[in-house]
Design a protein around this ligand. Structure first.
Ligand code: ZN
Length: 250
């Protein structure tokens, strides 16, 4: 069983999410830098006291700070910020009196309503756009494989882009809507192919390659650029030091 607890700490005055994960398999305490900015996972062996894990964390603060300094900074979803949509840069514009909620045209994404809710409203819209694009792509690829997916949902996982359950339900990261369209299409085809082959066998890759020209380029893009998709978030979703590690650290 995996136990998780989340904490907020500061490193060099910058807030940091720490997820403490109990692992039956881990033999020693480990620190993993997550693709999501300002976020690390502290992996703790099942029988190790959490106080020891936090001591390990404290002695590695310098190392963590150096690793985080190399990450690109977070981009809050607010007016004037630039975000990619289907791989193309777009400027966020606050247009309070527009009739619709969000409108994308000519390299701009207009968001109506109160400025205070702009980020949340934009993220909701991006999720809806992602759901629509991923549903269309996954359904088309699955049909080519003679399958029909079950439920298709979008989430915000830290490390995965898509998943397929044995029941045939697909889930995806909504952040794929920010990536070039070919990348979203590849992840949709990849998960749809898992409806036939629940593995990464040669037969699985034959299916994916029957739909996608250059799967290696897409995988490479996700490996090299994927983490950058985690930079964009509305302010309420930013790390905040409201849940520090337990004071007694026992
Ligand atoms: Zn896979």
């Amino acid at each position: 069983m995996v136990q998780l607890s989340r904490h907020h700490v500061e490193i060099d005055g910058r807030p940091l999410h720490v997820t403490l994960r109990r692992s039956a398999r881990a033999r020693r305490v480990q620190i993993r830098i997550n693709p999501e900015p300002c976020s690390v996972t502290l992996v703790v062996p099942a029988h190790c006291a959490s106080g020891l894990a936090w001591e390990f964390f404290d002695t590695h603060r310098g190392w963590i700070a150096r690793r985080l300094a190399r990450q690109a900074p977070l981009v809050p979803l607010r007016a004037g910020a630039e975000i990619p949509f289907a791989g193309e840069p777009h400027i966020i514009v606050h247009t309070p009196n527009m009739r619709g909620v969000v409108e994308r045209r000519d390299g701009r994404i207009h968001v109506s309503g109160e400025a205070a809710h702009l980020g949340r409203r934009l993220e909701d819209w991006l999720k809806a756009e992602a759901r629509q694009s991923l549903r269309a792509a996954a359904t088309t690829h699955a049909a080519a494989f003679g399958k029909r997916p079950g439920r298709i949902t979008v989430r915000d996982p830290k490390t995965r882009w898509g998943a397929c359950t044995t029941a045939g339900n697909l889930s995806f990261s909504w952040r794929l809507i920010l990536a070039p369209a070919a990348i979203l299409d590849y992840v949709a085809a990849h998960e749809a192919a898992h409806l036939v082959e629940m593995n990464h066998s040669p037969a699985f890759w034959r299916l994916v390659r029957s739909r996608i020209d250059d799967t290696e380029a897409a995988d490479r893009w996700l490996r090299d650029e994927g983490a950058s998709l985690h930079r964009y978030r509305h302010e309420a979703g930013m790390p905040h030091p409201d849940n520090p590690p337990p004071a007694d650290r026992a």
